[in-house]
Design a protein. Sequence first.
Length: 205
Amino acid sequence: MAQYRAYLVDANNRITEAVALDCDDDGEAVGMTVGLCELGTVELWQGKRLVQRIDRQAIRSRPTHEREAGSQATHGIARGKVVRILIADDDRPIRNMLANLFREEGFEVAEAVDGDDCINGFQRKPADLILCDIFMPNKGGIFVVETMRRIAPQVPIVIMTGADLTRTQIESVLGAVPVIEKPFRPRKLLAIVRECLAQADPGRG
């Protein structure tokens, strides 16, 4: 596993935002970074090595069959139904990367910027799983978990956390709940999500 950083670069070559990534290799890191290109040009670095510079136009110019390849993936399909994941995170670069990751795996993805937005989005169109950051403006992950346990307790929730709060601290407040710490490996997150979906619906996949 290697550590990478993805930097958003504006038109004047100034760094506007950065995201830390833990990936197995360059290919996996680039795959995660593609989701950021909706926000502009991205530079992916490993230490002092520039791995790749990707701009939005390059992604949009990719052949349609390549850009949509993930939509036919079988990992997000259960009994002919596309699995819907609701991602709640106020960090836009991370949210974009996660959305891209799951879309490439064949999932339908909805996004929310905080706890209120997450619950409102779920009530408008329910999701099969919620992936939620613990700290967000207005209402955070604790609010989401407590509310979902009342209105849809069958829906699995995976909590994301940074260094500020550990898995043990979260579980002491919320009880047993899947937790993944940032930065995380994409394959590990996908494995946790699939396991949660399988436990919620043993006939899935």
